[in-house]
Design a protein. Sequence first.
Length: 369
Amino acid sequence: MTQTSEYRYLFADLLTNQIYAELPLFGVSFNRELNTAGSFSGQILLSDSRSINYDIDASTIPARTAIYVERNGVLVWGGILWSRSYDSTMQIMSFTATEFESYFTHRRIAVDYDFVDVDQLTACQTIVNNLQALPNGNIGVTVGTETSGVLIVKSIYDYELKPCLEFIYELSKGQNGFDFNIDVAYGLGNAFTKTLKMDYPRRGTPYSLTNPDEIMLEFPANVIAYTYPEDGGRTTNTLYGVGGGRGEDALIVLKQDASQLATGWALLENSVSYTDYDDPDLLGSITQGNLNAMVYPVVVATVTFPTDTLDPVYGTYNTGDDVRLRITDDRFPNTLDIIRRISSIAFNVGDNGADLVTLSLVEVPTIFA
């Protein structure tokens, strides 16, 4: 039996969280992404009798408006409305938004920082807190005090005007990196809350073969469709990390997967540029982290199933969690049975039927902590 979930789409002021309107959207899809900002899209029919009760134009100003998605009384998505478009033929206005992490691509580090043996998470938290302390710069993100034990040496100069999110993302990709996201929830009095969560060495629950309640995704069974692309275009076993300096004085580190070469793979070279990094240890860690993600063809499998399925139950899985994937069909006649990690959760809201959820699954990272 198909169960219909109840969704609410709340539009609010980005700075104050004051709710402008609850709008009757359709054609909605949204996703939550690990270590970056997920996206949202939806539409509204302006001739809908429910729409005329709101000042839609003033309630959906791009770059000033936040969107929150509530599912069955729980906030499941939050982000910033960045664009809207109107089609007069269909009388439809379309909206696109991205999660609150995207705000920090629009904030520049405009003062000097000199981090010496500072925890990598503390460095990120310090910058976010300072940026939010500026006039009109606080969108209400609560910043924690998590630490990783990984100390960095890093100078940031005001003239670089480095985007805040870029700095966080670069550190997260290091060999001893971390996971991060801005989570939304209801707080006291049903106030919207946004919390920057930084998890070391990783977010989510590792898979345990001895736990009978672990999530199993199986095709054909609870999974109704899947994709399994394999992309070797960026496969690299020898990676050069280019740091600060010019010409012959440039800092360059070399990282190589000798074990792969020893098994007969051809030499595959690439480079990454981090020209504002002057510490060889930090540059080496980030270069190694990049190499770890590039050394074999990238496989980002996707699996789709209804959200009202009894297994897995909606809410028992989140980005960062490990799951077991089993596939038996013409592509994998001998059965593919692997452990993968959820990197994205995408929802396709059913206007006239069951919602569908699509999980993107990536290789479980090697933890060097």
